[in-house]
Ligand binder design. Structure first.
Ligand SMILES: C[S@@+](CC[C@H](N)C(=O)[O-])C[C@H]1O[C@@H](n2cnc3c(N)ncnc32)[C@H](O)[C@@H]1O
Length: 272
């Protein structure tokens, strides 16, 4: 589960809601892409899209998974991405055009899917729920647009599982707390089975994957930025931040470093 997007406009002293949501965005963890690819592979296997079916990716971002759906459904099927961000939507359309894909993209959001009732065989929603203030509405929309028997995979990170090693435990805890306080739902991953069940869907499987950042990336841009935010809000001192970054860089040199967050994926279906 994961593409790439610049957050360079973020500054620790401008820790507004949009910026924080972007910051939490796992797209920042570029080195975690192999882990995301493995979980996506699991998702596509679990969904087992067949030729002629209709599939939608909700919050489709750069559109990569819609292109995968388009290949799977073939000429007789339908592959659609729904995305509220016009820039991402345009990028996805360009990507589909360049690839000669039949993937289609619609502006819209998870709360009001621009799709008819009981119209889709398959739905995917990856790393969107952490941004949602009303996740119950979004699962209600998924349940609405799925055909009876339709399958869905929803996956999201759970920042309660974040590990930053090495580093002083108090400082690390404050940095993770800063990260957690900066996203709409940092614990989206653990809530997915309950949300889907409450929407009347039946859980078929739950998987997970820890996204572990490459050693070579060292402390990485995300820790550097979030620790600066922790300083800005008075949770740690600048000296503690510098020590943490130094510890991580030293760990990266010796291979004693671990930066990760776990993503949970839930497969469910709509009862016949
Ligand atoms: C981390 S990205 C994931 C993109 C894509 N699902 C992927 O895995 O590559 C989060 C996506 O959620 C989208 N998003 C945020 N709020 C949304 C909402 N209310 N409804 C639908 N998508 C939303 C963003 O525009 C962005 O494309």
């Amino acid at each position: 589960m994961a593409p790439s997007h610049s957050t360079s406009g973020l500054r620790p002293d401008r820790f507004d809601r949009d910026g924080r949501d972007q910051l939490i965005d796992v797209r920042d963890l570029r080195a975690a892409l192999p882990g995301i690819r493995r979980l996506r592979h699991w998702a596509h296997q679990a969904l087992a899209v067949r030729p002629g079916e209709s599939a939608v990716d909700i919050g489709s971002g750069s559109g990569s998974e819609v292109l995968t759906f388009a290949d799977a459904v073939g000429a007789d099927g339908t592959a659609v991405g729904v995305e509220p961000d016009p820039d991402l939507l345009a990028a996805a359309e360009r990507r589909a055009h360049q690839a000669g894909s039949a993937a289609r993209f619609l502006p819209g959001d998870a709360y009001n899917l621009p799709l008819s009732n009981d119209s889709f065989d398959v739905a995917l929603c990856e790393r969107v729920f952490q941004h949602l203030t009303a996740p119950q509405r979004a699962v209600g929309e998924i349940a609405r647009v799925l055909r009876p028997g339709g399958r869905v995979v929803v996956m999201d990170s759970d920042w309660g599982t974040a590990i930053v090693h090495p580093g002083d435990r108090h400082v690390v805890r404050q940095v993770i707390e800063t990260l957690i306080s900066g996203t709409t739902d940092p614990f989206a991953g653990r809530r997915l089975p309950g949300l889907l069940t409450q929407a009347g869907l039946v859980i078929d499987d739950v998987g997970s994957h820890a996204l572990v950042q490459e050693h070579s990336v060292g402390a990485g841009a995300l820790v550097a930025r979030v620790s600066a935010m922790a300083v800005a809000r008075g949770s740690i001192t600048e000296q503690q931040r510098e020590q943490l970054l130094a510890d991580l860089e030293a760990g990266a040199r010796t291979g004693d470093i671990h930066l990760s967050v776990t993503i949970f994926a839930v497969l469910a279906h709509k009862p016949e």
